[in-house]
Design a protein. Structure first.
Lengths: 62, 391
């Protein structure tokens, strides 16, 4: 299981992560980031990519 | 004996290339050299929250994948020479390093203009060290004169106003950020800055700096004299290519690479990031350097995989390189985000909102949409990005 944490104090809701793993990260209608905190191990590579491309480096993957 | 890779440049591109080498199964030694005495760290905050709050560089470090925990980091001394035939690189401290494969990730530095007058008080913003130095001058009662109205100049202006300093921006351009944004949105951003107290001197250049040991004022080409506690020079960049001289490379505009980020295949050399003049299949494969934050990651991933292939004696993946350029900028409470290459546009249209409020702007050339910029409309940009990917 992949565990995802987003530091919402750092997150600026740019949504770059959504393009890497749209099943985990999404911007809602108000433009605020929403995400699921756990994902299947098979999703790890895309989720790590999402963490890589976050301009604020707000995403932690374990 | 296993091959050795040398990565010159300890920024984001160097880190991502090292991670991609490991991701592609390269098990040999990796050495990363960097001119700054810091592990790879995130630079965009240097003109924003880190400049505002004085964040320490350690807090800006990128998380590094466990796969690069055995990398040998040699920090604090830049590369000054290289010999591709002998496969060696020389550092400023005299160290000679040999390699089987080389990653060029030495990036850019701020351009300095030859301007008469005192040197003390002239600042640039590229490193965490630069930000800490500059921060000492940004406070009520001080005046910052910023040369250049690009993103860095405008972000520093917004941060400096937030810290209470008086701010002047001097630029030859007709509007701030005019090349990427166009005149109308540039003017919209200018009114936001003016609303926050920034004074613009557009179409102007700096004639000289005045003062004794330290700059006390800046003389413009029209005779205007601006008081100055500090000058911030944000007038573009220069590629760190000097250490590559003598290897028969064209170094006039970074380093030309192919779609696999390969510079030269006979000696396995790849280049990444700001310095790599690379083709992009989304934009006609014309080789361009792109100084956007996402490019070191995209080119680093590709370059690491390519170099791992070359070192196995295999041909790198020749698939087209098609990464979506993207930039963002925070100025005051406003958030700009862009996809594509708006700077290529021959026509610009505001399709939602107005230039001085939340808006979406389409940038097109004769082939169709080439870029999009949103101000405070981030969540609505996804369909435009999709359209750009399908170009």
């Amino acid at each position: 299981m992949v565990t995802i944490t987003v530091d919402m104090d750092k997150c600026q809701h740019y949504g770059q992560c959504c393009f890497e793993a749209d099943d985990v990260f999404a911007l809602n209608d108000d433009g605020q980031l929403e995400y699921v905190a756990e994902a299947d191990e098979s999703r790890r590579a895309d989720i790590e990519s999402a963490a890589d491309v976050c301009p604020m480096q707000a995403i932690t993957v374990k | 004996m296993a091959a050795t890779v040398l990565v010159v440049g300890a920024g984001l591109g160097g880190l991502r290339a090292a991670e991609a080498l490991r991701g592609a199964g390269f098990e040999g030694a990796i050495t990363v050299v960097g001119d700054e005495p810091a592990m790879p760290y995130n630079r965009p905050p240097l003109s924003k929250e880190a400049l505002s709050a004085g964040v320490h560089v350690a807090e800006l470090e990128f998380r590094r994948k466990p796969s690069v925990s055995d990398v040998d980091w040699r920090l604090g001394s830049p590369a000054i020479a290289s010999d591709f035939a002998a496969r060696t690189v020389t550092l400023a401290d005299g160290t000679h390093l040999s390699f089987d494969g080389l990653v060029i990730a030495s990036g850019i530095r701020p351009r300095r203009l030859p301007i008469a007058g005192p040197e003390a008080g002239r600042h640039v913003l590229r490193t965490a060290h630069d930000a800490m130095n500059l921060r000492n001058y940004l406070m009520p009662g001080r005046t910052a004169v910023i040369m250049g109205a690009g993103f860095i100049g405008c972000e520093v202006a917004a941060t400096a106003r937030g810290l209470g300093a008086e701010v002047h921006i001097v630029a030859i351009d007709e509007q701030p950020m005019v090349r990427p944004l166009g005149a109308e949105l540039g003017m919209g951003m200018r009114s936001r800055h003016e609303h926050h107290g920034v004074k613009f001197h557009l179409g102007r250049t700096v004639q000289s700096f005045l003062g004794g040991e330290h700059i006390t004022s800046v003389l413009l080409d029209d005779g205007t004299e601006l008081p100055a506690s500090v000058v911030v020079e944000a007038v573009g960049s220069v590629c760190n290519v000097e250490w590559l001289a003598g290897n028969g490379l064209d170094l006039t505009d970074g380093l030309l690479v192919d779609q696999a980020m390969v510079v030269a295949a006979e000696v396995p050399v790849v280049a990444v990031g700001d310095i790599a003049r690379h083709p992009n299949a989304l934009f006609g494969n014309v080789p361009r350097r792109i100084e956007h934050w996402n490019i070191p990651t995209e080119t680093g991933r590709r370059a690491g995989a390519s170099l791992a292939s070359l070192l196995r004696g295999e041909q790198p993946d020749q698939a087209p390189f098609a990464a979506m350029p993207s930039f963002w900028s925070d100025q005051y409470q406003y958030k700009l985000q862009s996809f594509g290459m708006p700077g290529l546009a021959t026509s610009i249209q505001i399709v939602e909102g107005t230039a001085d409020d939340a808006c979406i702007v389409e940038y097109s050339d004769e082939s169709g949409l080439v870029g999009v910029v949103g101000v405070d409309r981030t969540a609505e940009l996804a369909p435009y990005r999709k359209q750009l990917l399908e170009r």
